[in-house]
Design a protein around this ligand. Structure first.
Ligand code: CLF
Ligand code: SF4
Length: 494
């Protein structure tokens, strides 16, 4: 007999039932706490690594469904020029690195972090990622970290840099307990880099062309090495630029892995002409989602590959995939009193972690109950979600769809597609529906909390079935998979 289902009630959502079987209960009760198991050094290392990333939404794909990050824009200056960057462009609806609405002083930034830590308690990471380079503005960057570390010790500090000045600052980074550093590395061959970086400003001198790129490359490698020696987790971001470094990024992946990088995040070039970047103005295209996935797949054998990056603004706030920065403009947050409370936050995090554990157990049970079939077909599904790894959003409200690859046994997150919301002011917008269908054209199904008859039919005409549910993504995806192939076999039978 199966025990009664465990009811999960993540904050702000209807309850979701996840049945935990006897086998699982037994497995849980026999895994530790019995005093007779010994822990190997590798297990201790793995456990320590798990603790370092489990609340970081960028370093853990699983965490990004539950925990949020925020950026504070305290670093205006940059010491290099990338052909894909124009920091003058500012649009609150735009989401890409380098873009920011308001610059902050370290004191204002710390105030903002304390306000948001109270209002969005699942915010666990404070990152500094621009709008210029944090280490071209070291005083402002480190002062911000110092104040926040002093007043909000549970917030993880994170830094994203081009790497030019990194090795000079690794001691300070370590001293401030910044445990996550990202370096953007687009090349390990300066002849490739020449097409990406027109100049580099290093130790009070501007170097143009390959001379500057060589300095940047050497400094990036030194920085990576220094992080490894200091035992600081390092993620590498690479911008995929078709025809320039797309063929070269596999080599970058090899080099960074051999030098101890933890995670590789290959992102698509954003190059709309209206952004005014060199690449935008010269017609350089970005990769298609298919090209990006193919490159990520080809590199993912080597090391952990990040696929959930949303190329955040330098003042982004919220879960990755949602941007709440407009709720916390300077005018607004300076009027708010910080309600940071460590105990309250810890209680909320404990609730989130319990929910995550239950999700994991249910997923493990689901996988164990399925018989993997050799050569089982894989299909993609698009999911409308507001987070918590649930199908919990109406089709018309989705600003993006998360894409999962399903093989009949499990559902793997493989990316996301941004869309314009279909529902505008309470009515469906025909023009945006076309864009949504185009964005998820390679998916067999769209999994949503609710969908209207009209978009449902148009999706079906395009070969995409709608599936309504309010439950854990993994479960809904597998239910859809079964139903989809059942229908297919019936059709063949007919
Ligand atoms: Fe910010 Fe970057 Fe830290 Fe994350 S973002 S500094 S590691 S806290 Fe994350 Fe945003 Fe992608 Fe960056 S989704 S752009 S990878
Ligand atoms: Fe822009 Fe960052 Fe490149 Fe500097 S390092 S030019 S801020 S993208």
């Amino acid at each position: 007999m199966t025990p009664p289902p465990i009811t999960l009630s993540p904050p702000g959502t209807p309850s979701v039932d996840l049945t935990v079987t006897k086998t699982q209960v037994k497995a849980k009760s026999s895994s530790g706490n019995c005093g007779c198991s010994s822990t190997t050094p590798q297990e201790i290392k793995d456990q320590r690594l798990k603790e370092r990333i489990e609340k970081h939404p960028c370093y853990s794909e699983e965490a990004h469904h539950h925990y949020a990050r925020m950026h504070v824009a305290v670093a205006p200056a940059c010491n290099i020029q990338c052909n894909y960057c124009n920091r003058k462009y500012d649009c609150a609806n735009e989401s890409r690195p380098g873009v920011v609405s308001e610059l902050l002083t370290p004191e204002e930034a710390a105030h903002k972090a304390l306000v948001i830590a109270g209002k969005i308690p699942q915010m666990t990471v404070l990152g500094i990622a621009g709008p210029g380079d944090p280490l071209a503005n070291p005083e402002k960057t480190f002062r911000t970290f110092e104040i926040v570390a002093d007043q909000a010790p549970d917030i993880k500090l994170c830094l994203s840099t081009n790497g030019l000045m990194l090795s000079d600052h690794v001691d300070k980074i370590k001293q401030l307990n910044v445990d996550h550093v990202t370096i953007t590395i687009n090349m390990v061959d300066p002849t490739v880099g020449e097409k990406i970086y027109p100049w580099v400003h290093y130790r009070r001198k501007r170097y143009r062309g390959i001379e500057g790129v060589k300095i940047l490359h050497e400094r990036q490698m030194e920085g990576l090495q220094a992080l490894q020696e200091a035992d600081i987790l390092c993620k590498i971001n690479s911008v995929m630029i078709p025809g320039i470094n797309d063929q070269h990024l596999a080599e970058v992946d090899d080099v960074i892995r051999s030098k101890g990088a933890f995670l590789h995040n290959i992102m698509p070039l954003i190059s709309a002409p209206e952004h005014g970047t060199h690449f935008g103005l010269t017609g350089q295209r970005g990769p298609t989602p298919k090209e990006l996935k193919a490159l990520q797949d080809s590199c993912s054998g080597n090391m952990k590959m990040m696929r959930h990056c949303r190329q955040c603004r330098a003042d982004a706030v919220g879960l990755i995939g949602e941007d709440r920065s407009q709720e916390f403009t300077k005018e607004k947050f300076m009027e708010m009193t910080p309600e940071y409370n460590l105990e309250t936050r810890q209680e909320i995090h404990a609730g989130i972690d319990k929910f995550r554990e239950q999700l994991k157990s249910a997923k493990a049970e689901q996988i164990a109950s399925k018989q993997p079939k050799q050569d089982a077909p894989k299909i993609l599904v698009a999911v409308a979600t507001k987070g918590q790894r649930l199908v919990n959003q109406h089709f018309g409200h989705a600003k993006e769809f998360q894409i999962f690859e399903v093989d009949g046994v499990e559902a793997k997150f493989v990316g996301h597609r941004k869309v314009d919301t279909y529902c505008q002011g309470g009515y469906g917008e025909e023009a945006t529906l076309e864009g949504v269908i185009k964005a998820i054209a390679d998916c067999k199904g769209v999994l949503v909390a609710k969908i209207g008859d009209c978009p449902k039919q148009e999706l079906l005409d395009a070969g995409i079935e709608s599936f309504e549910a309010y439950d854990v993504i993994d479960k809904v995806a597998l239910d859809f998979y079964e139903q989809y192939f059942q229908k297919q076999s019936e059709l063949v039978g007919v």
